[in-house]
Design a protein around this ligand. Structure first.
Ligand code: EPU
Length: 442
């Protein structure tokens, strides 16, 4: 398994650009199942989760042509409706084929996603929304089986104990595009990725209003055709690289930065003493160049993760790493996934002083981080550990970086380009195999 070896203490400088968003691309790919003509997505990141989704769509009779960062999807067999456990268990986002399959093919059998290292992640809201649209849904052998001749529009409240649901909104909104009549989703997720899905669907002929607000209205249509779209920049990758500048006292320019989608995080960076400046006010704030530079003294802050436009849970671990260096105590409360703290024990191995009580962690600073071998446990926790490694004294070894590869395109190359001392190694592959005569007979 690949690992990262990082020698910390290098100040990052230079220029990087942000890749397309994984969390936008996945539901956009699933939405292609609704089209009766080819759908083209550009700026699709080359990540393991994207490859898993592509494999799933191919199994569902969707032909995919890849050309650089563009993917063209064309449905050639609409009789296939089974998303198997083997694929779903590798990627929870497979659940977002449920709504499109049901609406376009009248039937879906999608393996129920299992447990997850960041906490319990039920799909009850997805099912509640689809049932409200008239789907018959049962659970059999670990699979969700959904069917409907034609879905019917209605008003649906999609809020849950932790607020709205991003992929649940994408699922119900996608399904409602082909329903008879009008659907209103109340307490819809407002994340920019939902706006992306709605804009693609509208380009395919859907009639969606209000995406990006808590009330989304969908007038059902008979059929959707093809369309083409450039996937938005990844706001979490952008935020992570901004933090890489901050934690190394660096000064970098980030291009294709989705500034508008990151206002809560930018607000916190400014409170901490990190300057995030748009280079050209005339550029589109959804995709612009910013300069990120940090002062030597970082200030503590109080962060609570919330649904968009609040502070994103997917940047919580990375901010925790940064706040270890702040001059005073910070408080981080996780309101989306109260158990998303696997990085706490690993950061503590690097000398962080973290005190957790339930969904809240007090980060005591300022504190010097020291390099150590640590274990990546999930995508964003791993990103937090890489940031800590960049700032730590000495060598940090991050094991199991396959978690990172799910959401960051060749992160080590990007960071090295900015001056970081980071290499990817695979101890199994890199260790010289003994020659035949050297094989031990013991
Ligand atoms: N929830 C329910 N019932 C449901 C669905 C969700 O109770 O039916 C709860 C969840 O357990 C959680 C909260 O609602 O407490 C929000 O979950 P949501 O459904 O919004 O999450 P998701 O759509 O499954 C996406 C991202 C996550 C990101 C969350 C929150 C993708 C592929 N995943 O997940 O991204 O953390 O929204 O913003 O878009 C990541 O990229 O590392 C990642 C985990």
């Amino acid at each position: 398994m690949d690992l990262f070896r990082i020698t910390g203490g290098r100040r990052l400088t230079g220029r990087v650009s942000v890749e397309g968003s994984k969390n936008a691309a996945l539901p956009l790919m699933a939405a292609a199942l609704l089209g009766d003509a080819p759908v083209t997505l550009r700026n699709v990141p080359d990540l393991s989760d994207i490859r898993s989704m592509a494999r799933l769509l191919e199994e569902l009779g969707c032909a995919i042509a890849v050309d650089g960062d563009a993917m063209v999807f064309e449905n050639h067999d609409t009789s296939l409706t089974h998303a198997r456990y083997d694929i779903v268990r590798t990627m929870r986002a497979s659940i977002c084929v449920l709504g499109p399959l049901l609406a376009r093919r009248g039937h879906a059998r999608v393996s129920m996603p299992g447990g997850c290292s960041i906490g319990e992640r039920p799909v009850d809201l997805h099912l509640r929304g689809l049932r409200a649209l008239g789907a018959q849904i049962t659970l059999e052998g670990g699979d969700i089986i959904a069917s409907a001749k034609r879905l019917r529009g209605t008003t649906i409240f999609l809020g849950g104990p932790f607020g709205s649901t991003v992929l649940g909104t994408a699922n119900v909104m996608s399904a409602a595009t082909l329903a008879e009549g009008t659907t209103v989703i109340e307490s819809a997720a407002c994340e920019p990725e939902i706006v992306e899905v709605a804009e693609l669907l509208n380009a395919m002929g859907a009639k969606i209003r209000g995406a990006g607000t808590p009330r989304v209205t969908i007038d059902g249509v008979e059929q959707l055709h093809g369309a083409s779209r450039r996937v938005m920049s990844d706001r979490i990758v952008a935020g992570t690289y901004a933090l890489a500048a901050a934690i190394t006292n660096g000064d970098i320019v980030i291009e294709d930065f989705p500034y508008d989608a990151l206002l809560a995080a930018i607000n916190h960076l400014e409170e901490i003493g990190v300057d995030v400046r748009r280079l050209d006010q005339k550029q589109d704030p959804r995709c612009c160049a910013v300069r990120v530079s940090a002062q030597r003294v970082l200030h503590p802050t109080v962060i609570t993760t919330q649904p968009h436009p609040g502070f994103p849970t997917d940047l919580q671990a990375q901010f925790m790493a940064l706040l270890c260096l702040a001059d005073g105590n910070s408080i981080i409360t996780e309101k989306i996934y109260p158990e998303r703290f696997l990085h706490v024990a690993e950061l503590s191995r690097m000398g962080a002083k973290l005190y957790r009580q339930g969904p809240t962690v007090v980060v005591a600073g300022p504190n010097r981080l020291t390099g150590a071998p640590v274990m990546a446990s999930d995508l964003r926790a791993s990103a937090g550990l890489v940031l800590a490694g960049l700032a730590a004294e000495g060598e940090t070894i991050i094991n199991r970086v396959y978690h990172l590869d799910r959401g960051y395109m060749k992160m080590e190359n990007v960071l090295r380009q900015l001056g970081a001392d980071i290499v990817r190694e695979n101890p199994d592959r890199d260790v010289e195999q003994p020659s035949r005569t050297e094989v031990s007979t013991a």
